[in-house]
Design a protein around this ligand. Structure first.
Ligand code: UDP
Ligand code: MG
Length: 131
């Protein structure tokens, strides 16, 4: 997912270019917006964390781009491409180092396992929308 800060700052194009250059295939993509309810469910795993309320507000504050990406070793390779959660700690050249504003508004979301990638893809796409 390209998060509201990156969409609002016109970083969709440069981020998609990085994703393509790193060898990912885009198999589904959508420009949309999360409601507070959907954002709350998407990040439900974090609901006991102190930043949950702000995260839900932020993620529903503007449009996002949702995409399903395909590649060998996609989960680990995508997390390498995006860098650490806190952009101040993200390696140089990573998407978060280049485009993120803060630890909350950190430009992109990446799934943390194949299982969660399947669940998270289901928030935005049906089987018929994947190519
Ligand atoms: N987040 C935050 N404050 C924190 C940690 C995380 O606002 O101290 C937000 C941030 O947007 C992050 C998301 O919550 O991307 C999910 O956190 P997670 O630890 O899963 O990081 P990620 O997997 O996105 O790197
Ligand atoms: Mg995570």
């Amino acid at each position: 997912m390209i998060k509201p800060d990156a969409v609002g700052n016109n970083h969709i194009g440069p981020i998609l270019a990085k994703i393509n250059e790193a060898g990912f295939r885009i198999v589904a993509m959508k420009y949309t917006r999360l409601t507070p309810e959907t954002a709350g469910r998407f990040y439900e795993v974090h609901k006991e964390r102190p930043f949950y309320g702000e995260l839900v507000d932020y993620m529903s504050s503007g449009p996002i781009v949702a995409a399903i990406l395909e590649k060998d070793n996609a989960v680990a390779d995508f997390r390498t491409l995006i860098g650490a959660t806190d952009p101040a700690k993200a390696a140089p050249g990573t998407i978060r180092a280049l485009f993120a504003k803060s630890i909350a508004a950190n430009a992109v979301h990446g799934s943390d396992s194949d299982e969660n990638a399947a669940i998270e893809g289901g928030f935005f796409f049906s089987q018929l929308e994947r190519f």
